[in-house]
Design a protein around this ligand. Structure first.
Ligand SMILES: Nc1ncnc2c1ncn2[C@@H]1O[C@H](COP(=O)(O)OP(=O)(O)OP(=O)(O)O)[C@@H](O)[C@H]1O
Ligand SMILES: [Mg+2]
Length: 250
């Protein structure tokens, strides 16, 4: 097993007095695809925002390649090689595709590395190359999702966290996006932490999954071993007791 890239330990995140994430521990190894699934309001987005530094955990530890990042600014965390694609993607619709990609380049990137990253992005996403001078707002939903992923790549991030890439996309387009993510993991050694509402899809594309319910991780395991697990299904659908074998799924 490759080394741990992201380690979240006993993290709590509150909105005011209300905990949205409780005692959450999770890890992502280098070059893994890890999916977090769970119902609406479970705390999935909150967890990612806290890891990225957009929210500050009230308790617990977050380590990126062994370096503690709790309480650090999002810009600092981004420079350590982590990029968050938030729910809804947040591309700049009035800018061209290429301008969006250049905005994604790290502030300290030199011109030649920006050009290099652009070439890579265009080779992975040919549709973006075709539409490079068109307004990003004219892209379809699936194309906009590709743009958001390409923009994260432009920053040189080694760990990309994506909040519900399938949101608003037709199933076929979503499959395509996940295929591209799998390919990027193979070809670029990328590490991915993805929130995905669809359990079947999460199992298909990830190495490991975590199920988050009511602000807590209630299940985790290796995806290949879980396809037919009853425990998994009861955890996902919230039937009965959460199973007690909540290991890290190694
Ligand atoms: N800014 C906020 N202020 C107060 N409460 C919030 C805020 N954002 C989220 N919450 C609450 O925190 C809980 C977790 O929300 P979160 O957005 O993390 O869930 P989620 O799992 O991402 O849900 P979804 O699948 O709908 O995106 C919910 O109860 C939500 O109402
Ligand atoms: Mg969410």
């Amino acid at each position: 097993m490759a080394e741990i890239m992201l380690q979240v330990s006993n993290m709590w995140v509150h909105y005011g007095q209300v905990p949205a994430v409780r005692n959450l521990s999770l890890e992502v190894h280098r070059n893994e695809i890890v999916c977090v699934v769970g119902p609406n309001g479970a705390g999935k987005s909150t967890m990612l925002l806290a890891v990225a530094g957009a929210l500050t955990p009230t308790k617990g530890e977050v380590r990126l390649n062994g370096v503690s990042v709790v309480g650090k600014a999002p810009e600092y965390i981004a420079k350590l090689g982590i990029s968050l694609i938030p729910e809804g993607r947040h591309i700049f619709k009035g800018l061209t595709v290429e301008e969006n990609l250049k905005v994604g380049a790290a502030a300290n990137a030199d011109r030649s590395s920006v050009e290099n990253n652009l070439r890579t992005a265009y080779s992975v996403f040919p549709v973006l190359a075709e539409r490079r001078h068109g307004a990003a707002g004219m892209l379809s939903g699936g194309e906009q999702q590709q743009l958001a992923i390409a923009r994260a790549l432009m920053s040189g991030a080694r760990l990309i966290m994506i909040d519900e890439p399938s949101l608003g996309l037709a199933p076929k387009i979503t499959e395509k996006v996940f295929e591209v993510l799998s390919e990027l993991r193979r070809s670029s050694g990328l590490t991915l932490l993805i929130i995905e509402q669809n359990l079947k899809r999460a199992l298909k594309y990830s190495d490991r999954i975590y199920i988050l319910r009511n602000s807590e991780i209630v299940f985790s395991g290796r995806s290949a071993e879980l396809q037919a697990s009853d425990d998994l299904h009861s955890a996902y659908f919230g039937l009965g007791q959460a199973p007690s074998n909540v290991g890290a799924g190694q």
